[in-house]
Design a protein around this ligand. Structure first.
Ligand code: DGJ
Length: 739
């Protein structure tokens, strides 16, 4: 899959569908030539490089006005040597100079993928091939650019390693995971931005000259800007057109940016945010960037998502969890908040087990003196007043109900009013000479310090060794402010953010190694750290604290651009909804939660008989759909981000093509609405399918091209109770009859 043409100095990475092409330029730097649909036949540098003669410009070679890096498309652009655009890296030597000149030295091609010291995607030797290009500067610094191309998926992954083979120390101020210069700027940028309880809303804007970016400087990948971007052509839609998707496999501060220059070249790059980043690289030391996952398609956003979904399921989520269907959960947070006893928990679990729920998750409030958000974090020992038999006793009682047991933790945080703070007041992040801001009365523990992680790990193992825990919900509810570590020397303060996230990964490594059978769900005030690196350790994430049936349409819809449904935790909660106060039907809430891991987040002991019966039915339905939902292909039929956003349509089709499940949602009921035709996708045109509510089987072509007729909610002639009012949803189960 990887070919090097020595004469032309061209590397061509390709599988059956895509090509990624780079070359060694005359000055020894790497040029970016192509990322797109597969190219065949002989390739020459002049096919890709723009002839240069730009008049007043700065040139690399003496007396040669036709070679300026500013007019080249580059692969890992450098600062200070005739390219005036934003560089992929910025280094400083002991003398304060930022001028370096990394030139091609050698390369190697290996089967499979090289391992790195960060969470990264993985592949067997027959699933991928990797190109490693070594670039060297006369200071002794060496850059290693790694590219992996996958056999069956249209994915290229990239990362960068810098090693100091010289005798002097250097500072890294910026080191992107990947950078590439696309040959035009005729793109729209799709970003996934939002906030707490409105994570990952989709925004589409045309590229313009200059820099546009998404970033996080919060110490977490954040609910504000997801570390991913799509560049698509104006006409690209779900089913056709070109798009490039990028996502950074990293949970800390990030930057992904596009720069359009005066030649209409689009430079897209991404990696750790350079803000407050300064890493000292001593002789013989290396620094590893996170991995950038990139995909290209000319088949629309649906194909892009299918590629990424398969990639996450096969190459990101740990092998152990790849084929494990997610248990149906009852979480007690919105049922009790901090106010519970062992008896109340068992009562909830008993009722839940009768409804068919498979796992009970005990949320916040079981430890220390945690009766409110004022105290407790950091004291990871059981609150015996609430749980007199400990987690051990409670977990046994839950298992006796034939249910699994899950436990909430928030290991990265500390409250001041705790035993931990009494002993280690210097363990929280913050400049002790200044005021340190709290969030929800809590502070961030300094996970750049090993002794802090050791202590938290020891406390947690005491609880986990003793009890029968099947699942952990790992929460994180405060972003880093006043970033200063009392454990780092003054010239290493710029390393804090990255060292913090390395500390988080360290604790994940330790816990997943010691408890290989415990499944972890990541959470950060909902979906505030919902990224590929988290998925590497925690195969699912709490998508959002917002469980309102309407708000979740947008959140889950946009999240599905990069994440398969099996990673998205989705629960039915009570009404009025605790986040927005909206009243929606139990049916709609269930129909939205179906497209995820499924579960409940309400006081099941307070349900009336009708709701209990409805929930039993929902659980039965989801159980019968689970394999399809978790392993099938997801189609976004109608988008809540299009038009007035009133209708959303989702569909899953099994990999075999035999089954499909479809839901149509309507937010508000409108008077005198015309009939709608809901067109499906992913079916076989000629095959016949049995569809819920239709007496006779119909062809895939009819379902896809004519569509399912959606009757208006009120047409002035006939009123059907199921079709009335706001917040409606209709579901269809579809099964192939014969080919
Ligand atoms: C924030 C989470 O997103 C919620 O689900 C819940 O676990 C609370 N924290 C508990 O404090």
């Amino acid at each position: 899959m990887i070919h090097f043409d020595q004469e032309q100095g061209i590397f061509h990475l390709n599988n059956n569908r895509i090509s990624y092409i780079i070359g060694v330029l005359t000055n020894g730097h790497l040029g970016h030539f192509y990322f797109g649909k597969k190219l065949y036949g002989p390739l020459k540098q002049e096919m890709f490089r723009t002839p240069q003669n730009k008049g007043l410009t700065s040139n690399v070679f003496d007396g040669n006005p036709s070679f300026s890096l500013n007019n080249e498309r580059l692969e890992y652009p450098i600062y200070g040597t005739t390219d005036f655009r934003d560089p992929a890296f910025d280094l400083e030597n002991a003398g304060g100079s930022h001028i370096y000149d990394f030139k091609y030295k050698l390369h190697e091609i290996i089967q499979g993928k090289n391992k790195i010291s960060l969470p990264a995607s993985y592949a067997d030797d027959d699933e991928a091939e990797t190109l490693i290009v070594y670039l060297q500067d006369e200071s002794g610094l060496e850059l290693m650019l790694s590219y992996t191309i996958f056999t069956d998926l249209d994915i290229i992954t990239r990362h960068t390693l810098i090693t100091n083979e010289g005798d002097e120390s250097h500072y890294i101020q910026k080191l992107m995971s990947a950078s590439l210069d696309l040959k035009d700027s005729d793109y729209q940028m799709v970003q996934f931005s939002g906030d707490w309880i409105k994570e990952r809303h989709q925004y589409t804007t045309p590229l313009r000259p200059g820099i546009q970016s998404v970033y996080s400087n919060r110490g977490a990948s954040s609910s504000n800007h997801h570390p991913s971007l799509i560049l698509k052509r104006k006409k690209t839609c779900e089913t056709k057109g070109e798009a490039i998707g990028m996502t950074l496999m990293y949970s800390g501060n990030h930057l992904i940016q596009c720069e359009v220059d005066s030649n209409n070249i689009t430079r897209i790059m991404g990696g750790i945010s350079p803000h407050h980043f300064k890493w000292s690289l001593e002789p013989k030391e290396s620094f590893q960037t996170p991995e950038m996952i990139m995909t290209y398609t000319d088949n629309g956003l649906e194909y892009l998502s299918h590629t990424l979904h398969d990639f996450v399921r096969k190459h990101v989520v740990a092998k152990k969890w790849q084929n494990v269907l997610r248990p149906i959960v009852l979480n007690n947070w919105e049922a009790t908040y901090f106010d519970f006893t062992e008896e109340k928990i068992v009562e909830l679990a008993r009722e839940a087990s009768q409804l068919g729920v498979e796992m009970f998750v005990l949320d916040d409030g079981w430890f220390g003196n945690r009766n409110s958000d004022q105290t407790g974090l950091g004291d990871w020992f059981v609150n015996m007043e609430k749980l007199p038999n400990g987690i051990k006793g409670l977990s046994k009682r839950i298992h006796d109900l034939d249910m699994k047991f899950g436990l909430w933790i928030e290991p990265e945080m500390i409250n001041k009013n705790t035993k931990l703070y009494d002993v280690h007041p210097d363990w929280l992040i913050g400049d002790p000479t200044r005021k340190i801001s709290h969030g929800r009365n809590q502070y961030v523990l300094d996970f750049s310090r090993k002794e802090v992680i050791d202590h938290i790990f020891d406390q947690l193992t005491k609880v986990l060794d003793d009890a029968h825990v099947d699942y952990i919900k790992w929460d994180m509810n405060k972003n880093i402010t006043e970033a200063y570590s009392r454990g780092l020397s003054k010239n290493k303060q710029g390393e804090l953010f990255h060292r913090y996230i390395l500390g988080v990964y360290d604790l994940y490594e330790r816990l997943t190694k010691r408890y290989p059978n415990i499944m972890i769900e990541s959470c950060a005030s909902g979906g505030g750290r919902f990224d590929y690196a988290m998925m590497y350790y925690a195969p699912q994430g709490w998508t959002s604290d917002n469980t309102d049936g309407v708000e979740r349409l947008k959140i889950q819809h946009a999240t599905s651009m990069f994440f398969p449904l099996v990673t998205m935790a989705s629960h039915v909660s009570d009404v009025p909804n605790h986040q927005v106060g909206r009243m929606t039907s139990l049916k709609m809430r269930g129909d939205v939660a179906n497209f995820g891991t499924f579960g409940y987040e309400l006081d099941v002991t307070k349900l009336n008989e009708a709701d209990k019966a409805a929930i039993k039915e929902q659980i039965k339905t989801f159980t019968s759909l689970r394999d399809l939902i978790h392993k099938g292909d997801f189609y976004r039929l109608l988008s809540p981000f299009d038009g007035d956003g009133n209708n959303t349509g989702w569909q899953v089709v099994s990999k075999s093509g035999h089954q499909s499940f479809v839901t149509w949602y309507q937010v508000l009921s409108r008077p005198n609405e015309p009939v709608k035709y809901f067109k499906l996708r992913g079916l076989d045109e000629k095959s016949l399918y049995r569809v819920t509510g239709m007496e006779e089987p119909v062809s895939g072509s009819l379902l896809m091209h004519q569509g399912i007729m959606i009757e208006p909610s009120f047409n002035g002639v006939e009123m059907k109770p199921y079709a009335l009012g706001d917040f409606q949803s209709r579901t269809y189960f579809i099964e192939k009859v014969y080919d």
